[in-house]
Write a protein that binds this ligand. Structure first.
Ligand code: P6P
Length: 320
């Protein structure tokens, strides 16, 4: 998959730069806020802007990408005709960027949707898409039927690139000595269960009673005498990667303030759910597969519960 390989290159460049910036971030003047607010209403960090430009430029020059939709852009952008390909690529260039100034794990997430000629034929090149054009992008970006590839890159104690193209989940680790990603895990399988839950319990009072009962149940030591352990980094990529390897469940529920939760369907929940399912796990909004959700708009938010199949199914029983 050409576009996935392009992500390797983008990640390679970005990861090596991030590693350098992380090491020198105090003097590279790349921490802190950019002074702008994105469409999500979040303060844009300087590295949010830099990483968005890196991925956008890499994808635009690939010759394989027709449209890009980024968490950092208000609307999707069509690639200029002379460089344009067909794939629609959605991405969150730097998720968890509020952690940057504390040098805590962050990551980039992407999904690649299959080409749709009639949709692309409608779209003017190198322009931000108008409402009609956005509608055709939404019609193409059906996670359950059209998501061809998904992956993320985690920038942490090591830089790890995780990818699926629908034939299992593979991870690659950046070897800083050579500046290359090397295959480190093949056909990753999420443990069927795991006694780790990853929720921001600061929102507990805002959750509905069924969810509160579920969380309370996890804390009950029960006959084993051992309750679940709580782990929460506040970075989806870091929390998901731990769940992928150790098992358990990550959740970002809806609450009284955020009726659909916080995470975005197209470039966070759907790619992560595709990876989870490819690894034998599950991604749900509490009632249905995330991959069965029909998107209504580019930055649509949905509740997300993802991880070990037995843990997600246990959660779904409490919410039924
Ligand atoms: P909260 C980061 O902003 C993010 O989108 C995810 O990476 C992370 O899991 C979540 O939001 C953290 O949100 O409300 O717990 O700070």
């Amino acid at each position: 998959m050409q576009s996935s390989l392009l992500f390797f290159q983008a990640y390679q460049w970005l990861a090596s730069k991030l590693l350098l910036w992380y090491k020198e971030h105090g003097i590279s003047n790349l921490t802190g806020v950019q002074g702008a607010v994105n469409i999500q209403g979040e303060d844009q960090k300087k590295l949010d802007v830099v990483s968005n430009e890196v991925f956008s430029n890499c994808l635009k020059s690939s010759g394989r990408t027709g449209i890009i939709a980024s968490e950092e852009e208000d609307v999707p952008v069509a690639v200029e005709e002379s460089y344009s390909g067909n794939y629609i690529v959605v991405f969150d260039p730097l998720d968890g960027s509020s952690n940057i100034d504390a040098a805590v794990s962050t990551g980039s997430i992407f999904g690649i949707y299959s080409p749709n000629d009639e949709c692309l034929a409608e779209i003017e090149d190198d322009s931000t898409l108008d409402k009609v054009e956005q509608r055709c992008v939404i019609n193409v970006c059906q996670p359950g039927s059209n998501l061809l590839a998904a992956g993320y890159c985690m920038y942490s104690s090591s830089v790890i690139f995780v990818l699926t193209i629908g034939k299992g989940v593979f991870s690659f680790t950046l070897d800083p000595m050579y500046g290359e990603f090397v295959l480190t895990q093949e056909s990753i399988q999420i443990p069927k269960s795991g006694k780790i839950y990853s929720f921001n319990e600061g929102n507990y009072q805002l959750w509905d009673d069924k969810l509160k009962k579920y969380i309370d149940d996890l804390k009950d030591p029960g006959p084993s005498g051992k309750p679940y352990s709580a782990r929460y980094i506040g970075s989806l990529v870091g929390d998901f990667h731990r769940t992928l390897l150790y098992g358990g469940i990550y959740g970002y529920p809806r609450d009284k303030k955020s009726k659909n939760g916080k995470l975005r369907l197209l470039y966070e929940c759907a790619p992560m759910s595709f990876i989870a399912e490819q690894a034998g796990g599950k991604g749900s909004d509490g009632h249905q597969r995330v991959l069965d959700i029909k998107p209504e708009e580019i930055h649509q938010r949905v509740p997300l519960y993802i991880g070990s199949v037995e843990e997600v199914e246990k959660l779904e029983k409490f919410l039924a």
